[in-house]
Design a protein around this ligand. Structure first.
Ligand code: HAM
Length: 417
């Protein structure tokens, strides 16, 4: 047997209806906020992610699935959606006609992380981006859009954590202060953080190693180093969130794992899973579009992990199986051909119908109808057929009726009792 790649997962039929539910709710929410769908390839030139996400991030340093194509190009499976969406926007000059773009995308991402509960190497994201609007109201509205998805789906115990990571200038001043603070304890940091000390010291604040957590306990916070403009922007975002009733908590240590953020950064955190397994996260990026060859404008967006949403719903014990209207139980060989025709006639008339044409006892067929959550079972035997009749059973009330074949549809639709 050839098995799955480690960290990848199948979405089996009993799960796929839950996925369809999540995706349709998310699509609905995002369209309500004016987002339109964009679908970009799952593979891009490696350089896009190096430039977009940042060389010194864990994602680019060690988590990408990268290979050299026969032509010699280095290609990577996308570890996130933002860089690809922006590449597409710039390549097709979409901003030329619409100075503000609101786009969403849903699909698989790939990161070679250590797999664990809720952490996969292929996972699905709902991703949204607003490009070209730097008003703090847009930050608040984007966070509202993210929380609306989580609420529409019925995910429980998720809260919003926000922070401002400042602009490049305040971040540079802060990095300097942070390095000054960390330097005496450099030997106590984990090997990854010792490296991050030079390349990306902010990430040290987010490290899960207990030694690094202990060192960072009294570290200076970025909030103390924001310049007046960034502080004002953050203040307005918070005020706007309050004005539209979004509950949030300022988390002064929230820094995010991708390098492109400036100012607003946020995460949707489940009370038990914590920030290391956030349900969603995002923020503003001021220079990413320009760095990818586009105009010098700002954007804000978020990604929500579908697996993590699905896990949340699982814990609540919902059933998402799609009901079918009719299961056709065939009694005896001679009824088979007529049942086949009848099933397909009912489908043609718009009902969802299932049937099995291989030999099966009535008991087994009734069991299957139950498992498929059929609303009605139409039982058809040779004798009934001869009189143009069938027995139909309401699977909820357990009532049975003998009806003519013409009446089946009306009964199922509740037009006749
Ligand atoms: P991110 O925080 O890296 O942000 O990922 C967003 C969400 O994707 C996470 O909160 C989580 O639910 C899910 N996720 C990430 N990695 C995994 C994994 N290994 N297994 C399962 N789920 C995972 C971004 O990707 C940014 N591009 C979001 C964004 C859009 N920022 C601005 N625009």
């Amino acid at each position: 047997m050839i098995t799955l790649i480690k960290g990848f997962h199948d979405i089996l039929p009993d799960q796929s209806s839950k996925w369809a539910f999540i995706i349709s709710k998310a699509r609905n929410c995002l369209e309500r906020f004016g987002f339109r769908e964009i679908i970009t390839p799952i593979m891009e030139k490696t350089e896009l992610f190096q430039r977009g996400i940042g060389q010194a991030t864990d994602i680019v340093e060690k988590e990408m699935y990268t290979f050299t194509d026969i032509s010699g190009d280095s290609l990577s499976l996308r570890p996130e959606a933002t860089a690809g969406i922006l590449r597409s926007v710039v390549e097709h000059s979409l901003l030329r006609h619409e100075p503000v773009l609101k786009l969403f995308s849903i699909g698989p991402m790939f990161r070679r992380e250590r797999p664990s509960k809720g952490r996969f190497r292929q996972f699905f994201q709902i991703n949204a981006e607003v490009l070209g609007d730097n008003s703090p109201l847009t930050d608040a509205e984007t966070i509202l859009a993210a929380t609306s998805i989580v609420h529409a789906i019925g995910a429980k115990d998720c809260s919003v954590e926000i922070n401002s990571v400042g602009c490049r200038d305040c971040r540079n001043t802060y990095k300097h202060e942070l390095r000054k603070f960390l330097k005496p304890s450099l030997d106590h940091l984990c090997p990854d953080c010792q490296r991050r000390f030079e390349t990306n010291p902010l990430r040290i604040l987010d490290c899960k190693e207990s030694a690094c957590i202990a060192v960072c306990k009294n570290a200076p916070l970025i909030g103390e180093w924001l310049d007046a403009d960034c502080r004002d922007h953050f203040g307005q975002v918070k005020k706007a969130l309050e004005s539209i009733g979004v509950n949030f908590r300022v988390e002064p240590r929230l820094v995010r794992g991708l390098d492109y953020y400036s100012r607003t950064a946020f995460e949707l955190v489940h009370s038990e899973l914590g920030r290391s397994k956030a349900v969603g996260g995002g923020g503003r990026y001021d220079s990413l579009i320009g760095e990818l060859g586009g105009p010098d404008i700002s954007g804000i967006g978020f990604g929500i992990g579908i697996e993590r949403l699905a896990m949340n719903l699982e814990d609540q014990g919902h059933s998402f199986q799609k009901e079918i209207d009719v299961f056709m139980a065939i009694i005896g060989e001679k009824a088979r051909a007529s049942c086949f025709e009848l099933a397909n006639q009912l489908r043609k008339n718009g009902l969802s119908v299932d049937a099995r044409y291989s030999d099966m006892s009535l008991k087994a067929q009734m069991k299957l109808a139950d498992r498929l959550e059929a609303q009605w079972v139409v039982m058809v035997g040779e004798n009934e057929l001869a009189q143009g009749q069938a027995t139909i059973r309401n699977m909820k009330t357990k009532e049975q009726f003998l009806v003519t074949l013409d009446e089946i549809e009306q009964r199922v639709r509740g037009e006749k009792s």
